[in-house]
Design a protein around this ligand. Structure first.
Ligand SMILES: *[C@@H]1O[C@H](CO)[C@@H](O)[C@H](O)[C@H]1NC(C)=O
Ligand SMILES: *[C@@H]1O[C@H](CO)[C@@H](O)[C@H](O)[C@H]1NC(C)=O
Ligand SMILES: *[C@@H]1O[C@H](CO)[C@@H](O)[C@H](O)[C@H]1NC(C)=O
Ligand SMILES: *[C@@H]1O[C@H](CO)[C@@H](O)[C@H](O)[C@H]1NC(C)=O
Ligand SMILES: *[C@@H]1O[C@H](CO)[C@@H](O)[C@H](O)[C@H]1NC(C)=O
Length: 941
C-alpha cells in the first residue's frame, strides 16, 4: 500500500519512480499533452466520478497508468459504473447534474429535493482522470551540470471540499490533512511521478458544515444533498523549467488627486525546483495596458548581491521585487463613476536562454480605503472619494456550478438596478468572477462565512453548544485558505474589501494569520473585522458594520425612522452601514413561479398565508413561511381573489419595499463619516437565490426581473433622483455622480384614484443646486398629504434647471393612515407593524387604456417603446413582459423601466434590450402588457 509520501517530501518518490510501470497504451480520449511548454497551466479537463461505496479498489491502484477503465483486470472499475463528467470542476451534485443524472427542472420542482438520499454522500467519492504529457526523456539526465535546463511539473489545487487524498500514477501526492478546506490551495511538485500517460485520482471526503471548512448556506436554501463535497474548483497542472514563479502580486501607488504618475510593484518568489543543480536566471517583467499598448519595463529593485542575472542554489527560493513607473496612469472607477481601464503585469524567468516560467496578473489603478467614523460606522472611499455602498448579497448556485455567462448577466442586472457592490459571504466562487467584476465596474466585498466551522469560536453563542473549537490543523487550513484567496483577489480593482469574520469576529490567532497572509499577498484593500457589531479583535478594531436586521417584511416607513431617539434602537433603518438586510421581498413573477411550484404549492402560496413553504428558507428557520409578509399584504392591499391577483399585489408590495430601503439609504447619505450618522452603505439580503426561491432575491432564478428588481432600479438606477421620505413627508434630492452639478427643479403632484389633481408644488426657480455625491432637502413639505381618506398617487419629477430635461420621475401610492411600528418589540429579524395603511382603494380603480408601440432600433434585440395612457385615470403598476414566439419569457433582458404607474394621458419612452450571449440571436417576439387597472394584451414586435 502506498504511504503518504507528500509529507515526507518528494525525494522519496524520485527513486520509487522507477517502480512505476512504464506507460503503455492507455484508453485515453485526450491524446494531446495537457501542458507542453514552460509557463503552461491547464486544468484536468474532465473527470469520471463514483462513490467509494461502489468502488472498492484502493485509490492508489486506481491511479496506476495502464489501469484501463472498463478493462478486464478489475470489474469494479468498469467504465460503465463511473459517471463521465465533461467539465473540469464540479461538486458531486454538480457533476451528477452535468452527467445528466439529474436535471434542474425536475430536482428543483416543488419539494422533490427533500426526498433526496443524502446518505450516499456520507462516504468519500472518487474523481479520476487520465492525461498525457510529452515528457522529455533527456531532460532528467545528468544532474550536476551547472545551469542544466530541466522540466518540472507542479500540481496545483485551489480547494477541494471538504478534504482530499490525491494520487497520481500509483503514488499519494497529498493527504487530507494538508489538502483540506474548500479554499485550501496547494502546490505539489509532481515532476518525479510524471510519465507520458498519467492518471490522477482524488478521494474527496464528505462535508459536515460544523466540522469542515466548506461553503454553507445557513437557512438560505435547502442544503445541497452532498453539502458541496468534491472538486469544485479546477485542479491544474503547470509545466516549468528549473525555476518556478510563486506568489505573484501586483500593487499600485498613485496620487488619487491628479494621477499624474504611478508606480507598479511586482513581487514574486522564484524557486529553483532542482534539488541538485544551481541556476543562473534572467528576469523580464513589464506592465502594459490590457491591449498591450504603453508597455513599461519593470526593473529589479537592487538586491543584496548586485548581479545582472540572479543565481539560485539547488532548491533555493528568493523573493523578487520589481517596479515600473507609469506616467499618467488611467484610473479605474466603479461603473457609475467612470471607466474600467485594465492593465497587465507579467513576469518571465529564463534559464540558459530558455523560458523557465511565466506568470501575469490583471490589475487596475484604483485605491480603496475605509475608516470608522465617530459614530462607529464604516465609510469606504474609492480613489479618495467617499463611496456609498449599495449592494446585494450574492448567492452561488446551490450545487456551486459556475456559469460565467449567467454571472455576467447577474452582474449587469445589479449595475442596471443601480447597485454598485455585491457581497460574497464566504462564497468566493471562481477566479473568473473577479475578472467579470473588473470589466463591468462592480465592486466585490468578499469575506469568510458565518454560522458554521468558519467561526467556531468559544464565544460564538449561535453555534451548537458546546462549540467544537479549531484544532491546530484547522488553523493550518484557515491559513492556507486565506493565502490562496488573497492571491486570487489581490490585484483585482473590483475588490472593495475583505471581511475576516461573518457574524462573529475571528479569535486573535486567526486574526493574526489572516492579516499576515493578506499582507504577504500584497493586499491593499480594507480588512474588516466582521459584518456585525457583536465584537472585534483588538488588532483590527471595530468593523463599523451593523447586522441588526430586518430580514422580513417591514413597511417603507421603517427605513426613514426618526423615533426612537436612540439610533441603535432604530435597528436597520437608514443610518450607518447595513451589511445584510431587507424587507424579505423578492416574489418571482407568475411565469417563473409556474416553473418550480406544483398546483398544490401555488394554491398554498396564496391561500395558506401562514404555511411553511419548501422554497422559502429551511424548515428550522424563521423565514420558512410568509406569514409576516402575508399579514401585511392582506392588511394593506386587501384580500387576493386569485393566484395571479396575489402575485400582482405581492409585486406592488415588493416594489414599495425595496425602493424605500434604497431610497432611504440614499437620502441619508452624506460623504462625511463624522456627520450625524450618515447612511454609509446597505447590502440587500440578497441579490439572488441559489435555486428558485420565494423571497430574499432581487433577481429570480430564471433571470426574470420583477417587482423587487424594479423597486431597486427606481430608487438607485439614476445618477440623480428625487425621493419621497415617508416619515418626514418631504422630498430629497440625490446626486450619486462623481461630477454632475447644476441647477435643478423638482415638482411634486398629487392625484386621486380618479385622476383629479389634489395638489401640486415645485421648487422655486434657481433655488436648488445639485452637487456630486451627496443628498439634500428639495421640498420640506408636500401639501395635501395629511389625513388621507383614500389612496392617492404622488409623482415626483426632477428636471435640469436650464434645459428642463427630465432627469428622474417616480410615482408613489399612499393610503389613509400610516404604517406604524412597534420599535420596542423588535427582534433580530424584524420590527412588528402595529397599524397598517390601506391601499384597498386601488381595487376600485377604473380601467385605463394603455398602448404599447415598439420600434426596433437594430437587429440586436433592442427596441424603443412608447408607452401611453389614454385615460383620465392613472394606469397603475403597468408591467411589460418580453416573450418569445411560444409565449415564454425572454431573459436576461434590460428594461429601462417597468412596473410603472402612468399619470392620466401620460406618455413615456422606454428602451428594451435583450442581453445576448456570444453569437446568440434575439428571441423576443412580442410584449405582453398588463397592470393593476390595465387589461392584459399582447403586442407583436
Ligand atoms: C478551469 O478550467 C477550465 C477548463 O479548462 C477553464 O476553461 C477555466 O478557465 C479554468 N479556470 C481557472 C480559474 O483555472
Ligand atoms: C528536451 O530536452 C532537450 C535537451 O535538454 C531540449 O533541447 C528540448 O527543448 C527539450 N524539449 C522539451 C519539450 O522540453
Ligand atoms: C451536511 O452537513 C450537515 C450539518 O453540518 C450534517 O448534519 C449532514 O449530515 C451533512 N450531510 C452529509 C451528506 O454529510
Ligand atoms: C418643464 O417641463 C414640464 C414637463 O415636461 C412642463 O410641465 C413645464 O412647463 C416645463 N417648464 C418650463 C419652464 O419649460
Ligand atoms: C385606447 O386608446 C387608443 C389610442 O387612442 C385607441 O385607438 C383605442 O381604441 C383605445 N382602446 C380602447 C379599448 O378604448
Amino acid at each position: 500500500m502506498p504511504k503518504n509520501v507528500a509529507a515526507a517530501g518528494l525525494a522519496v518518490l524520485a527513486w520509487m519512480n522507477l517502480a512505476i510501470p512504464v506507460a503503455f497504451a492507455v484508453a485515453s480520449t485526450v491524446d494531446l499533452p495537457l501542458v507542453s511548454a514552460p509557463g503552461d497551466v491547464a486544468a484536468i479537463p474532465t473527470w469520471d466520478i463514483q462513490s467509494t461505496a461502489k468502488i472498492t479498489t484502493d485509490p492508489a491502484a486506481l491511479s496506476r497508468p495502464g489501469t484501463v477503465l472498463g478493462g478486464d483486470s478489475d470489474s469494479s472499475i468498469s467504465s460503465s459504473s463511473w459517471y463521465h463528467v465533461p467539465v473540469s470542476r464540479c461538486t458531486i451534485m454538480g457533476c451528477l447534474s452535468k452527467a445528466g443524472v439529474y436535471n434542474d427542472s425536475d430536482l428543483f420542482f416543488s419539494d422533490r429535493m427533500a426526498a433526496f438520499d443524502q446518505l450516499q454522500f456520507q462516504v468519500p467519492w472518487l474523481y479520476r482522470s487520465e492525461f498525457r504529457l510529452r515528457v522529455n526523456a533527456t531532460s532528467s539526465g545528468s544532474r550536476n551540470d551547472t545551469n542544466k535546463y530541466s522540466t518540472h511539473y507542479l500540481l496545483e489545487t485551489h480547494g477541494i471540499t471538504s478534504s482530499a487524498d490525491i494520487y497520481i500514477n500509483g503514488w499519494q501526492v497529498a493527504n487530507r490533512v494538508k489538502q483540506s478546506g474548500a479554499y485550501g490551495g496547494h502546490v505539489y511538485d509532481v515532476t518525479d511521478v510524471m510519465g507520458e500517460a498519467n492518471v490522477i485520482v482524488v478521494r474527496a471526503y464528505p462535508t459536515d458544515y460544523f466540522r469542515d471548512f466548506s461553503l454553507g448556506f445557513v437557512d438560505w436554501n435547502p442544503y445541497p444533498p452532498d453539502n458541496g463535497t468534491g472538486v469544485w474548483r479546477n485542479v491544474t497542472l503547470r509545466q516549468t523549467g528549473p525555476v518556478a514563479i510563486e506568489s505573484l502580486s501586483v500593487t499600485t501607488d498613485f496620487s488619487v488627486v491628479d494621477a499624474a504618475s504611478g508606480t507598479v510593484t511586482i513581487r514574486a518568489v522564484v524557486r529553483n525546483l532542482d534539488k541538485t543543480t544551481s541556476v543562473q536566471l534572467d528576469i523580464n517583467a513589464a506592465v502594459a495596458r490590457e491591449d498591450g499598448t504603453g508597455e513599461q519595463a519593470a526593473k529589479l529593485e537592487p538586491l543584496a548581491t548586485d548581479t545582472s542575472g540572479i543565481q539560485l542554489t539547488a532548491g533555493q527560493a528568493m523573493q523578487l521585487t520589481l517596479t515600473a513607473a507609469v506616467s499618467t496612469p488611467v484610473v479605474w472607477w466603479p461603473r457609475q463613476w467612470g471607466d474600467q481601464p485594465l492593465y497587465r503585469a507579467r513576469l518571465r524567468v529564463s534559464v540558459a536562454g530558455q523560458t523557465s516560467d511565466s506568470a501575469s496578473k490583471t490589475f487596475g489603478f484604483r485605491q480603496v480605503t475605509a475608516a470608522v467614523g465617530g459614530a462607529g460606522d464604516i465609510m469606504f472611499r474609492i480613489n479618495g472619494r467617499p463611496f456609498q455602498v449599495l449592494g446585494g448579497g450574492y448567492n452561488p448556485d446551490v450545487f456551486l456550478r459556475w456559469d460565467e455567462t449567467r454571472f455576467a448577466a447577474q452582474a449587469r442586472y445589479a449595475l442596471h438596478m443601480g447597485l454598485n457592490t455585491i457581497r460574497l459571504e464566504g462564497k468566493m466562487e471562481q477566479p473568473e468572477l473577479y475578472a467579470v467584476a473588473d470589466r463591468l465596474g462592480l465592486m466585490v466585498l468578499a469575506g469568510w462565512e458565518c454560522c458554521d466551522k468558519w467561526e467556531a469560536w468559544a464565544y460564538n453563542e449561535n453555534l451548537p453548544q458546546p462549540v467544537t473549537v479549531w484544532t491546530e490543523a484547522d488553523y493550518g487550513t484557515a491559513n492556507a485558505s486565506m493565502r490562496h484567496e488573497a492571491a486570487v483577489m489581490q490585484a483585482h480593482p473590483s475588490i472593495l474589501g475583505f471581511l475576516v469574520g461573518g457574524d462573529y469576529w475571528p479569535d486573535d490567532r486567526a486574526t493574526a494569520l489572516y492579516s499576515a497572509r493578506l499582507a504577504d499577498a500584497g493586499w491593499q484593500a480594507p480588512v474588516v473585522a466582521s459584518a456585525g457589531k457583536i465584537g472585534y479583535p483588538q488588532a483590527l478594531g471595530p468593523g463599523g458594520m451593523k447586522m441588526t436586521g430586518p430580514y422580513d417584511w417591514v413597511p417603507p416607513h421603517y427605513w426613514y425612522a426618526v423615533s426612537p431617539a436612540d439610533d441603535n434602537a432604530r435597528h436597520g433603518a437608514a443610518f450607518g452601514f447595513g451589511s445584510e438586510q431587507g424587507a424579505g421581498a423578492g416574489t418571482p413573477a407568475l411565469s417563473s413561479l409556474r416553473r418550480f411550484l406544483s398546483e398544490a404549492d401555488l394554491e398554498d402560496l396564496w391561500r395558506a398565508p401562514d404555511k411553511g413553504l419548501y422554497h422559502m428558507s429551511t424548515a428550522d428557520s424563521f423565514f420558512h413561511d410568509r406569514s409576516i409578509y402575508n399579514a401585511a399584504l392582506k392588511q394593506r392591499y386587501g384580500e387576493a381573489t386569485s393566484l395571479a391577483d396575489y402575485v400582482l399585489r405581492a409585486q406592488m408590495a415588493d416594489y414599495e419595499a425595496t425602493r424605500a430601503e434604497f431610497e432611504a439609504f440614499s437620502a441619508f447619505w452624506t460623504p462625511d463619516e463624522n456627520d450625524s450618522r450618515p447612511a454609509t452603505g446597505v447590502v440587500y439580503w440578497m441579490l439572488n437565490g441559489g435555486w428558485p426561491t420565494l423571497h430574499w432575491a432581487l433577481i429570480d432564478h430564471y433571470l426574470l426581473p420583477a417587482g423587487a428588481y424594479f423597486g431597486v432600479k427606481a430608487a438607485a438606477g439614476r445618477l440623480e433622483h428625487v425621493v419621497y421620505d415617508y416619515a418626514h413627508r418631504s422630498v430629497v434630492l440625490i446626486n450619486r455622480s462623481r461630477d454632475r452639478a447644476g441647477r435643478r427643479s423638482v415638482q411634486a403632484e398629487l392625484i386621486d384614484v380618479n385622476g383629479r389633481v389634489l395638489a401640486s408644488t415645485a421648487t422655486r426657480p434657481g433655488a436648488l443646486n445639485s452637487t456630486p455625491n451627496t443628498s439634500q432637502m428639495a421640498l420640506q413639505t408636500i401639501p395635501g398629504l395629511t389625513a388621507l381618506t383614500d389612496v392617492v398617487f404622488l409623482k415626483l419629477t426632477l428636471a435640469d434647471g436650464d434645459t428642463n430635461h427630465t432627469l428622474s420621475r417616480g410615482v408613489y401610492w399612499l393610503g389613509p393612515g400610516d404604517d406604524s411600528l412597534d420599535w420596542g418589540s423588535s427582534t433580530w429579524f424584524y420590527t412588528p407593524t402595529i397599524a397598517y395603511t390601506s391601499f384597498r382603494g386601488l381595487d376600485a380603480l377604473a380601467l385605463a387604456n394603455v398602448t404599447v408601440v415598439p420600434k426596433k432600433t437594430a437587429d440586436d434585440g433592442r427596441h424603443n417603446i412608447t408607452l401611453a395612457n389614454w385615460s383620465t385615470v392613472p394606469a397603475v403598476f403597468v408591467h411589460l413582459r418580453l416573450v418569445d414566439a411560444v409565449g415564454a419569457d425572454v431573459t436576461p433582458v434590460l428594461w429601462s423601466d417597468n412596473y410603472i404607474t402612468l399619470w392620466p394621458r401620460e406618455t413615456l419612452q422606454l428602451t428594451l434590450e435583450e442581453i445576448l450571449s456570444g453569437a446568440g440571436t434575439a428571441r423576443g417576439a412580442a410584449i405582453q402588457v398588463g397592470g393593476k387597472n390595465v387589461e392584459t394584451t399582447v403586442v407583436s414586435l
